[in-house]
Design a protein around this ligand. Structure first.
Ligand SMILES: Cc1cc2nc3c(=O)[nH]c(=O)nc-3n(C[C@H](O)[C@H](O)[C@H](O)COP(=O)(O)OP(=O)(O)OC[C@H]3O[C@@H](n4cnc5c(N)ncnc54)[C@H](O)[C@@H]3O)c2cc1C
Length: 508
């Protein structure tokens, strides 16, 4: 049903490559959608060689379905350039043949942002994985788009620095994808999201020009900021090929605690108390309901519950300290003791060593995977003003259960950012897949309407991609949509860059 709806939407929208749009293109020649593609494929093969070009369905298959396995697309070819010049040449060729480009990194998008459809090239950045520069003097790294996040973590650690952004998909997500979705993750509380790490960009624009802005300047007021414009653009304005990113000093020690409590209200009060006592030593503060923990224990091998008492809610807390600062374990323990006295916390354990700290984070980072194995849920990635989060949760869960015959909610995530992954599970006794297919849209609307009523966002960190396009179009402020379309039309007049994602096309 979902695929059907998308097909309808894209057909109605002309998909950016309707005949009229192609006739109006600004690429210098009048193109036709029927222009044969065999010569294009031959030119691409010449350009990229066998390592960088394939049309073999076996090579393409793993990259055509989104991470949630809800949408499967198709592409003319998988192209994997190794240099920015090759990316530019591919984009120019695609433009000349009126073929769309869908950039892809690790394909871990939660909103099917990197699934191609039809007359499109799937452009993988995974071969561009050099870390061109790591500078402790500038606290800057220059990374190519295909660098995997955990590889950057390791490289920064080797020079006693840190790249301060992490998330559950760190073993697959790439720098280009993280920039293009303006990813968040578990350290936004202290360091901000991907935009906050971005000091410059190298990108191939839809006309094939290479924009090179990798000086890594911390101050640069030459008008519109192209790096920030491409961040969160989901590949709709160009292909990110490299970026200048900020590094921060490595911490000397960290303290990781798993804390049990009665409610999200108590969790928020605890966060504010810790901030008062520990300042910006608080880096991570992740809310985990018992229901999510139980799914991880059930589906991910080798895990065990951190607390014997099985509280209804948990938070995973991380604090850090630079060299010479007081022991973060002692400070966190003292703060938690005060929280016990105030009745905010019912149980807690502190990791005694790095292995235990990693084990606690593993529980948090595997919630999405465990949910996937459980059989799925209607997903939401929402943000509301932090002060309204507890009320939102207290009211929306029961309202959903009432409307949808006992559907339940697992909500977890970045409480300190006002961001919850708010996932609605089918009622007991129904066939999960059937229920999800028939209720996905209506549950989405129910939740998003409540989020909108709080002044919140239907996408806190995953982006819009293909999955949220219709809901974004339905709920967005007209001025926001008009500005988005104007920017898209200015930079990508033929709509060749990742069509059908992020930018809802006007239907009139
Ligand atoms: C287990 C799990 C946990 C996650 N946790 C979080 C989380 O905590 N916070 C969060 O924000 N996200 C999270 N995500 C979502 C995902 O990891 C991020 O969206 C990530 O940024 C995607 O990176 P990628 O390389 O896989 O990009 P892809 O999925 O390949 O692409 C994502 C989007 O970016 C575009 N794109 C990719 N590379 C480029 C490029 N070089 N130039 C232009 N456009 C490009 C694609 O076209 C697509 O629109 C999670 C995902 C999983 C599977």
């Amino acid at each position: 049903m979902y695929a059907h709806r998308f097909a309808l939407e894209t057909a109605m929208a002309g998909y950016g490559f309707g005949f009229e749009r192609v006739m109006n293109c600004a690429i210098g020649e009048v193109m036709s959608i029927t222009k044969p593609i065999a010569p294009l494929l031959a030119e691409l093969e010449d350009l990229l060689g066998p390592v960088g070009f394939t049309t073999d369905p076996h090579d393409l298959a793993p990259w055509l379905t989104d991470w949630r396995e809800r949408i499967t697309g198709s592409a003319l070819a998988l192209v994997s350039p190794a240099t920015v010049e090759q990316v530019s040449a591919v984009v120019k060729l695609a433009a000349a043949y009126a073929v769309a480009i869908v950039p892809q990194g690790g394909n871990t998008s939660m909103v099917a942002g990197a699934v191609p459809h039809g007359r499109a090239l799937l452009l993988s950045l995974r071969r561009m994985r050099a870390i061109r520069r790591l500078s402790p003097e500038d606290n800057v790294t220059i990374c190519e788009a295909g660098v995997i996040l955990s590889d950057l973590h390791d490289a920064a650690a080797a020079i006693d620095r840190r790249f301060p952004l992490s998330l559950g998909a760190k073993g697959s997500a790439t720098i280009g994808g993280l920039i293009s979705t303006n990813a968040g993750g578990t350290q936004v509380l202290r360091f901000g999201n991907m935009r906050a790490q971005l000091l410059g960009i190298e990108a191939v624009l839809p006309d094939g020009q290479i924009f090179s802005g990798l000086a890594g300047l911390r101050k640069d007021n030459r008008g519109y900021d192209l790096a920030q414009l491409l961040a969160g653009a989901e590949g709709t304005l160009g292909v990110v090929t490299a970026a200048a990113l900020r590094l921060v000093p490595a911490f000397a020690a960290r303290s990781v605690a798993w804390v049990g409590l009665d409610s999200p209200e108590h969790a928020l009060s605890l966060l504010r108390m810790l901030e008062q006592q520990l300042g910006d030593a608080v880096e991570g503060f992740e809310l985990v309901p018992d229901s999510a923990l139980q799914l991880v224990l059930k589906h991910i091998p080798g895990q065990r519950a951190p607390l014997a008492s099985q509280p209804a809610w948990n938070v995973l807390i991380e604090t850090t300290a630079p060299a010479g600062a007081p022991d973060p374990n002692e400070r966190l323990e003292a703060a938690l003791a005060t929280a016990f006295e105030q009745g905010l916390v019912s149980d807690a354990t502190l990791a005694a060593n790095e292995a235990q700290a990693t084990a606690l984070w593993t529980l948090r980072e595997n919630i999405s995977e465990a949910e996937r194995q459980q059989g799925g849920s209607v997903k939401h990635d929402i943000s509301v003003p932090i002060s309204q989060i507890a009320t939102f949760m207290a009211e929306t869960g029961p309202a959903l259960a009432g409307h949808f015959g006992g559907a339940s909610v697992i909500s977890f995530g970045h409480l300190g950012d006002g961001n919850l992954h708010y996932n609605v599970l089918p009622p007991e006794g129904v066939v999960a897949k059937q229920w999800l297919d028939s209720h996905w849209d209506v549950v989405n609307r129910f939740v998003h309407d409540r989020v909108s009523a709080c002044g919140g966002s239907l996408s806190a960190e995953h982006g819009i991609g293909e999955m949220k396009l219709a809901e974004f179009a339905r709920t967005a402020d007209p001025a926001r949509l008009a500005a988005l379309r104007a920017i898209k039309a200015a930079l990508d007049p033929t709509g060749m860059m990742n069509p059908g994602k992020l930018v809802p096309l006007a239907l009139n």
